[in-house]
Design a protein around this ligand. Structure first.
Ligand SMILES: C[S@@+](CC[C@H](N)C(=O)[O-])C[C@H]1O[C@@H](n2cnc3c(N)ncnc32)[C@H](O)[C@@H]1O
Length: 303
């Protein structure tokens, strides 16, 4: 009798436990830590914000970021005014809509199903669009959240071709993050342009943070950002441009691979830090790399 009661109780609890577990599996996505940007981005500096923040001073009147990407440092520090540039027109279009119409954009993103079929259909639709308008911005956020590893990669015709990443890519950031990013962007000029133009606009009272793509003989990492590669000549133009901006009165911070020594003015301070990168964008080949933070003035505090 006691045994029967025990067995009945045990069965009841086991069934209840299974029911909860199954319903959790059906609805729960892996917990993702979001922010400070609403985007995931190859080469994002979200894991190095402590070091980068030590280079930043809020006393500067204008924050300038010529390779914005997900603009992790910008969103972390939320400067009072900024100029953000990037060669990716869809990225800049999306930043504009997050700045001006965050709630509307968010509502449209979360309405879309996250199934593989929907993903591939939206990817096709996205590839017919120019980098203008709300629809392109909504699909950019949706693809960024659901594609493999948050990569931006295009084929030789410039079409976005990153495969579906699966629900394990984590949940969509909450509306609060979009609103926070929108608030940070209120005083930001957003420019779809080459870094040379953005750096040329920096001078007295500016803080310039340059985080260019990089590559080595073994890693074609530039494919992460689209068709245009970033070669040696670009790197030299960047260093020359940053030096000229420093002469006009700007403070400079530059991050680059430790494995690829570059020639910067001898007074620039060098600080090494560790980042995790996906070689060629593949998670299986995720590895730790050292990067160097070069700054034209000493760090504000020890990072
Ligand atoms: C390493 S990512 C920047 C990541 C950024 N710091 C973050 O936290 O997400 C480099 C960015 O440079 C952009 N880019 C590549 N070539 C460029 C060029 N010639 N001018 C401006 N932007 C460029 C890419 O589109 C990409 O967004």
């Amino acid at each position: 009798m006691v045994d029967d009661a025990f067995a009945t109780c045990y069965l009841w609890f086991a069934k209840a436990f299974l029911k909860v577990k199954v319903s959790m599996q059906a609805t729960e996505l892996p917990k993702t830590s979001h922010g400070p940007s609403f985007l995931r981005w190859a080469g994002s500096k979200r894991k190095a914000l402590k070091q980068l923040s030590a280079a930043y001073s809020a006393d500067n009147l204008l924050y300038v970021e010529p390779f914005a990407g997900s603009a992790a440092l910008f969103f972390e520090r939320s400067p009072k005014s900024a100029l953000l540039g990037d060669l990716n027109g869809h990225l800049i279009n999306t930043m504009r809509y997050v700045r001006d119409r965050p709630s509307e954009l968010y509502a449209m993103v979360i309405e879309l199903s996250r199934s593989p079929d929907e993903y591939y259909s939206k990817r096709e639709q996205f590839n017919t669009l120019k980098p203008h308008g709300l629809e392109a911005a909504v699909l950019f956020v949706y693809l960024n959240r659901n594609c493999f590893n948050g990569l931006w990669r295009t084929n030789s015709s410039g079409k976005f071709n990153v495969p579906y990443g699966g629900l394990e890519m984590g949940n969509t950031p909450p509306l609060e993050l979009f609103l926070k990013c929108s608030a940070a962007l209120q005083n930001a000029k957003l420019r779809h342009q080459d870094f040379r133009r953005t750096v040329a606009q920096a001078g007295d009272g500016c803080f310039v943070y340059a985080d260019p793509p990089y590559f080595t003989a073994h890693e074609r990492t530039f494919v992460e950002y689209g068709r245009r590669s970033f070669g040696k000549k670009d790197l030299q133009d960047l260093i020359d441009g940053l030096q000229a901006a420093e002469k006009r009165g700007a403070e400079i911070a530059l991050t680059y691979s430790d494995g690829m020594p570059i020639e910067v003015p001898s007074h620039w301070v060098q600080t090494r830090f560790e980042v995790t990168r996906n070689v060629g964008g593949f998670r299986g080949s995720r590895k730790k790399n050292n990067e160097v933070l070069y700054t034209s003035v000493p760090l504000r505090y020890e990072a």
